[in-house]
Structure formats: C-alpha cells, structure tokens
Design a protein around this ligand. Structure first.
Ligand SMILES: *Cc1c(COP(=O)(O)O)cnc(C)c1O
Ligand SMILES: [Zn+2]
Length: 410
C-alpha cells in the first residue's frame, strides 16, 4: 500500500490528488507531494529500514510509487565517506563526502529517473523521456531500459561523449538540438505534451524530485539518524537543493532525526550562476543567464526551474550560495582525487571549490559536521581534464629505464 496522500501548491496551498502536473492549475505555483506521515509513523519502526536492500526503495513508504511498479536499477545507498585527508588539508574536523558518483550510471540522476520512470509505468504511459544537461540522459535511458519503455532524450549538442555513448547503448533515442539547455527544455516540453509521454524532469517533475530527496535521507541514516550541520549541494535547476529541505522536514516530522538548523549551501560555476547572483545581490528574483559559459555542463542551466525556491531555502537556513571559476573547479577536482581517491566531474569540483573559498573567508566553523554532495563521476568528463595532467611518454621495456624514471619522479 502507498502512503501517498496528495499534492499541495506551495504558493496558494490548493490541494490536488496525485496528478501529472508540476505547477498548480490555479496559480502556477510549484506542486509538492505529501504523504500520510502520521500513519507511516504508526505503521513503521525505523529499525526495519536497516534490514532492507541498499537502494532508494528502502524508503518506499516515503516515495510516490506503488510497489508493483518499482523500477530497480539499484540507485542509491552510495558511500558516505569521512574525509580525513581532505579535512586535514582544509582544517576541518568533520568533513564527509556523499559519493553519488557510485550510482549505476555514475550520477545522482539515477535516483530521480528511477522514481519518475516508475511512475510513468504505474500510469501506463507509452514512452518516457527527458531534457538533459548530460547525466539525466543516461539515467533516464537506463531506467527506461529496465522498465522496457521507449525513451526520448533531448540534449544540447556538444555534450561529453561519456554522457552520450552510454545513453545510446541503453537504447535511448537521442535528440540533439542546436541550442542551449533552456531551448532544449522548451522543445522537450512541447513534445511530451503533444504525444502524452512522461518526461521525467518536465511533466513528471514532482515525482522526479521525490527521487532526489533520497540522497539526504541516506546521509541522515548513514550518520546514525542525525542531520549534518551543513550540506553543500551543486545547483543546476536547484531541485536537488530544494529536496534536501523536504527530506529533512519529513524526517524531523517522523521524529527519525532531531530538529536542528542545517545550513543548506549551494554552488554553481561563475559562468552560469543566476542563483548565486540573486543571493549575493540580495534580490528576490532571478535573472536568467542567456549564454552559459562554463566547463561545468551539468550545471549549465541559465533559467533554473527551482531557482527561487532554492534561494529561499539557502537564505532561511543561513547557508550561502557561491560561484567559483572553472580554474578553481578543476583544481578542486584534482585535490579531491589526490587526497581522497574520489574522481568527480566538474559539478562536484564546484562544491569543493566553494568549500575552499568559504573556509578561507572564515565562513565555516572547523568543528561543523559538513557533508558535500559529489553528484557525478569524472569518468564521463575526461576531456575537461586534458590540460591539467601530464601523461608521461613511454619508455623502452628495460629495467634500467624504469629505475631512471623512478629517480626522476622522486
Ligand atoms: C543535474 C545535476 C546537478 C543539479 O541538479 P538539479 O536538481 O538540477 O539542481 C548536479 N550535479 C550533477 C552531476 C548533475 O548531473
Ligand atoms: Zn496554487
């Protein structure tokens, strides 16, 4: 049975049954999914969760899909790593990485894609799809493959090969469009409506974001059912950051964690930083970026759908929004790899770079329990790193040459 109760508009509080809409038909405010938390609390002992399979479906009571329709690509339950070396380097005692690069398709997008594709199956939709900055492409195509549904993937052209090739192998129909992500998103929107298809981050968006929130459930569970003091999250559309708030609120209401002020912080690259700009200029509106210019393609969303909500959450939680430049991001990727053996894509580099900047500015207490969300693997974005490593030339198959090379590098 499902504990899914209704959808409530965050602007006008109108209530709806669970429908295939993301904005309120009355006022165009964002719709949010609600559960019968009182009943979950009565029916479910928290210790049961610990015995379940290690993937997102362990929180099934807090997810909006009937059990028969769960699409399981084993997304989630990624490692939460206590980073002693990087912590020492930065002077932080309790630094953790939530390593979502360990998901089956290499990014946290496996979480929301799994939930939205499952919902499409439950509703009997004929096809699924998405508009993607890169990672959602593979995640949606993989979930669609597992659900045996046709899948249409809309992307801006010139994405990394590491994101395109797996998408095609999973059987996704690729629609590459000559335009920015925002243009791609509009066209995907029209296509979904016209064909009555379920596009995971468009008309299934309210369900999709329910998947994203599982990363924050897991953090709390892995910390022994306790919330961190600060979370640092990359900002694309802003949805992932917003779901951190929802996850914490739900766990607090269930009394699975104690109520506390968690500082929710966001990072986006300077070449596409509409949310940070609004934060820094103390504005209540977001000015879209027409032409994003950054190596961080997965965060290159000029007009973020959840931007205002993210801004509000950052402010009210006493967090910050920050925007490092591409060079700082590459250096941060290298630092994380070197100190912790974690290879992230630039989106994760952006979070580490922001943490470094804020530590230097004295905006972070060395004793805080900090969790940084590393949302994607560096293996898909090798091209961006060509300039920052030196590949040594080969040597003769000869022991003496090897000895000489070792002497040189020591
Ligand atoms: C999509 C994506 C994000 C941003 O997620 P939003 O929910 O759109 O804010 C962050 N990191 C990676 C690696 C992504 O692919
Ligand atoms: Zn409304």
């Amino acid at each position: 049975m499902s504990y899914l109760k209704n959808m409530i508009c965050k602007s006008c509080n109108a209530e709806y049954p669970p429908i295939r809409e993301t904005i309120c038909p009355e006022c165009f405010g964002p719709l949010e999914i609600h559960y019968d938390l009182g009943k979950i609390s009565e029916d479910l002992d928290i210790s049961i969760i610990d015995k379940r399979e290690k993937n997102i479906w362990r929180y099934k009571e807090l997810l909006p899909v009937e059990e028969n329709y769960h699409v399981n690509i084993h997304a989630g339950f990624t490692p939460l790593k206590h980073c002693v070396s990087l912590g020492d380097y930065l002077g932080l005692e309790n630094l953790y990485i939530k390593d979502d690069s360990c998901n089956p398709t290499g990014s946290f997008k496996d979480r929301p894609a799994s939930i939205a594709v499952s919902k499409a199956g439950e509703w009997g939709l004929e096809a699924v799809g998405c508009a993607s900055t890169g990672n959602l492409a593979g995640a949606t195509a993989a979930a669609a493959a597992a659900a045996n549904l046709p899948c249409y993937i809309f992307v801006p052209k010139d994405l990394d090969q590491g994101k395109i090739i797996p998408t095609l192998l999973y059987g996704g129909q690729l629609v590459q469009i000559d335009g920015t992500y925002d243009v791609v998103n509009r066209l995907a929107n029209l296509t979904a409506d016209k064909n009555n298809w379920g596009f995971v981050n468009i008309n299934l968006r309210a369900y999709y974001t329910e998947g994203s929130k599982t990363i924050t459930y897991e953090c709390c569970e892995q910390l022994g059912w306790q919330s961190p003091d600060r979370i640092i999250i990359p900002l694309g559309s802003g949805a992932l950051l917003c779901t951190a708030r929802k996850a914490l609120d739900e766990l607090e209401e269930l009394q699975w964690i104690e109520k506390k002020q968690v500082k929710i912080c966001g990072s986006q690259p300077i070449g596409c930083s509409p949310i940070t700009e609004a934060f820094e200029k103390n504005r209540d509106w977001i000015t879209p970026v027409q032409h994003p210019n950054t190596i961080v393609k997965s965060l290159a969303i000029g007009d973020p759908a959840s931007g205002l909500e993210a801004l509000d959450i950052i402010r009210s939680s006493e967090g910050w929004a920050d925007s490092p430049n591409d060079e700082e991001i590459l250096e941060a990727q290298a630092l994380l790899a070197r100190t912790e053996g974690i290879f992230t894509e630039p989106a994760g580099g952006s979070c580490i770079a922001s943490l470094i900047r804020k530590v230097r500015e004295g905006k972070v207490d060395p004793k805080e329990l900090i969790v940084v969300y590393i949302t994607g693997s560096g293996l898909k974005t090798i091209d961006t790193l060509e300039g920052i490593v030196h590949i040594p030339s080969s040597i003769k198959a000869d022991v003496a040459e090897i000895e000489q090379l070792i002497q040189e590098v020591q």
